[in-house]
Structures are given as structure tokens and as C-alpha cells.
Write a protein that binds this ligand. Structure first.
Ligand SMILES: [Zn+2]
Ligand SMILES: [Zn+2]
Length: 145
């Protein structure tokens, strides 16, 4: 007789180069876009979307992520080869849980955010992105106004 955990859908993901691969079981507890300065600096991007899981649902199936902690209990994991950010843990703010960078899933469209957090540090121009002209593909440097 199958136990409940066996019935959970598995989602896989990994870094840019493929050295690190992981899987999680079931749907995330929450998905949120974070606008904090630490996420911006760490990712080199205006925001990061995170999918929250129980730490026990995350299994590394290939490679070994490197970790970095700048301060306190926050630990960020990333691929030691290509540098892709992968996971975030914090024994104080999210004990027993792990945040997975949603865009590293093989099916990132399956993890739409439900909220934005740390909007006090959101870059103002992020609010105006829908007003900008859009191109299906990169049109070349001379075509962008
Ligand atoms: Zn990699
Ligand atoms: Zn953040």
C-alpha cells in the first residue's frame, strides 16, 4: 500500500549548467517574489521568486550546491560551477523550511507567485515595466529606444 508521500507529484529543477539537480515533492507551501536588497545583490537581478517547501521535501539528486552566509542565520546555496542561485534557508525566519528559486524549476510557469514581499526595497522602475515597449526577441542594440 502506497503511503501518502508516494502520491505527491515530483517537481525537478537545476542550475544553468546542469551540475546541480534537485527535486521537491508536492506543491509549495507558498510562492512569493522578494524585492529585498539581499536578493537583488545576490541574484544580480531586480527581484527573485521563491517557492517555500519543508526542508524534508527537497532532495539533491545531482552535484553539491555551495553555500554562502553574509550575516546571521541566512544561508544561500548556489551552483559552484555556474553560480546559479538555488536555495535559501534561515533557521530563525523559516525554521525547517527551504526556499527554492522558482525560476530554476524545469517548469517555472507552474509556480506563479501569490504575493510580493519586502516591497519596501522594491526598485521603483519595476512598477513601470508593463508600460515599456516589448519585443518577442532581442531586436538588437540599435532598435531599443
Ligand atoms: Zn551550474
Ligand atoms: Zn529577498
Amino acid at each position: 500500500m502506497a503511503v501518502q508521500a508516494d502520491l505527491l507529484e515530483l517537481f525537478t529543477g537545476g542550475c544553468f549548467c546542469g551540475s546541480v539537480r534537485y527535486q521537491v515533492a508536492g506543491k509549495p507551501l507558498a510562492v512569493a517574489v522578494c524585492h529585498c536588497n539581499d536578493c537583488q545583490r545576490s541574484a544580480g537581478a531586480p527581484m527573485v521568486s521563491w517557492s517555500l517547501y519543508a526542508q524534508s521535501s527537497l532532495v539533491i539528486i545531482k552535484g553539491k550546491p555551495a553555500t554562502f552566509s553574509k550575516s546571521g542565520a541566512a544561508i544561500r546555496s548556489f551552483c559552484p560551477v555556474c553560480g546559479s542561485g538555488l536555495f535559501y534557508t534561515n533557521s530563525l525566519s523559516i525554521p525547517g523550511r527551504v526556499d527554492v528559486q522558482s525560476s530554476t524549476f524545469d517548469c517555472p510557469e507552474a509556480f506563479p507567485p501569490q504575493a510580493q514581499v519586502q516591497v519596501a526595497e522594491r526598485l521603483d522602475w519595476v512598477n513601470h515595466l508593463p508600460e515599456l515597449p516589448g519585443y518577442e526577441r532581442y531586436p538588437g542594440p540599435d532598435k531599443i529606444p
